[in-house]
Design a protein around this ligand. Structure first.
Ligand SMILES: [Zn+2]
Length: 373
């Protein structure tokens, strides 16, 4: 569900995407913000006549401002991640906030990485409140500044709830990690997340609050997904990549047509091919990438296949060594950005592939037999 989205800009190489749900949600946020604006204006005893813009216009401005603030919140997570050497694949702004896709988990820095987002929200809230108190501004601008401060404070506080998938849940997991280990720390944070979701859901239903019900569903799904991911991780831990990779690999030259390669893979029942640079040199041949049946099927199926396999192949294929832990390959595939992990030998030659099919097979067996921990 996170891959749909329009990339609108890049910040330090991170694509910032807008999810389609935002379009539907933005007017709703504007409406809620407008009523909050009116409420604050009334409590500050500012007469309706003193407003030059109608509350709904201010609601729209605040809604856009809020999504910029959500972006700043996500960027704070991302910048801490980048500082710790973790690549951030994308930031998607969607209905109920933002989602940052990181390359990998980093238990060591997770607590701080998770805390940076809410901290940013609080800083924005404080800055906005400071401007409200100190800047001489027209009455309605003051009201908007105060409303913006409150929104960001709520955003920060909500995200600090110690329940997965909220940031607070990650902070909690990061803090528990050293004492009880990752698996149990995840269990604690996700169980609190599920319990909180049930409470939100009940409150939402009793008060007919659609947003609260939506948040409850979102939190419950996020907590469940993390539990599955974490137990999958555990099942694969300790299994070397060599044991689950497939070596059903062929060769393809970079200037071959994708169709010809696809036909050859099908004929020989292969999962993928090493893409080789120059067909004339027998000795100095260079492996420049890997192409899988999934890459080919996707391009050929859509009828948009480039002329050559060299243009189809994934350039940034995640790599693993034969002895590496399989759980790391799972992380690389779970992000959905690559269809395979290339397994390399000492001489940097591709000796096998791990695709989600290999992971599924290993999981089925490990689950049935009880994996070594
Ligand atoms: Zn966050």
């Amino acid at each position: 569900m996170f891959d749909q989205g329009l990339t609108v800009l890049r910040i330090r190489g991170i694509p910032i995407r807008l999810h389609i749900s935002l379009l539907i949600f933005l007017p709703f946020v504007a409406y809620v913000a407008a009523s909050q604006f009116s409420f604050i204006a009334a409590s500050l005893e500012i007469p309706r006549e003193a407003l030059r813009l109608p509350p709904l216009a201010w609601g729209a401005i605040l809604a856009v401002g809020l999504f910029v603030a959500v972006l700043a919140h996500e960027l704070a997570h991302s910048l801490v991640a980048l500082k710790n050497g973790i690549r951030v694949r994308s930031i998607t702004l969607m209905m109920l906030g933002g989602v940052s896709l990181m390359e990998r988990d980093d238990p060591e820095h997770e607590a701080w990485m998770a805390f940076a987002g809410p901290l940013m929200s609080f800083v924005i809230a404080l800055g906005s409140y400071g401007a409200y108190r100190l800047l001489p501004a027209p009455a309605e601008v003051s009201v908007a500044l105060l409303a913006f401060a409150i929104m960001n404070a709520i955003l920060g506080a909500f995200n600090l709830l110690p329940a997965f998938p909220m940031d607070g849940g990650r902070v909690l997991r990061g803090l528990l990690l050293r004492r009880i280990g990752r698996a149990r720390a995840t269990r604690v944070a996700t169980t609190i997340g599920k319990m909180m979701a049930v409470v939100f859901g009940l409150f939402g239903l009793l008060s007919w609050n659609v947003i609260l019900v939506l948040i409850a569903v979102f939190v419950y799904m996020g907590a469940s997904a993390e539990q599955v991911r974490s137990s999958t991780h555990d099942l694969l831990r300790g299994i070397p990549v060599l044991r689950l990779m497939t070596d059903r690999l062929g060769d393809a030259y970079a200037d071959e047509s994708p169709r010809a390669v696809a036909e050859r893979l099908l004929r020989h029942n292969l999962v993928g091919a090493r893409v080789i640079d120059d067909p004339r040199e027998g000795e100095g041949r260079r492996e420049i990438g890997v192409v899988t049946v999934w890459d080919l099927a996707q391009k050929l199926g859509r009828g948009v296949a480039p002329e050559t396999v060299g243009a189809v192949m994934s350039v940034n294929v995640p790599r693993a060594r034969a002895g590496d832990d399989a759980s790391r390959s799972f992380d690389a595939l779970a992000s959905g950005e690559a269809s395979a992990v290339a397994v390399l030998d000492e001489g940097e030659h591709v000796i096998g592939l791990v695709t989600s099919a290999e992971i599924q097979r290993a999981l089925a067996l490990a689950g049935a037999l009880g994996a070594p921990r």
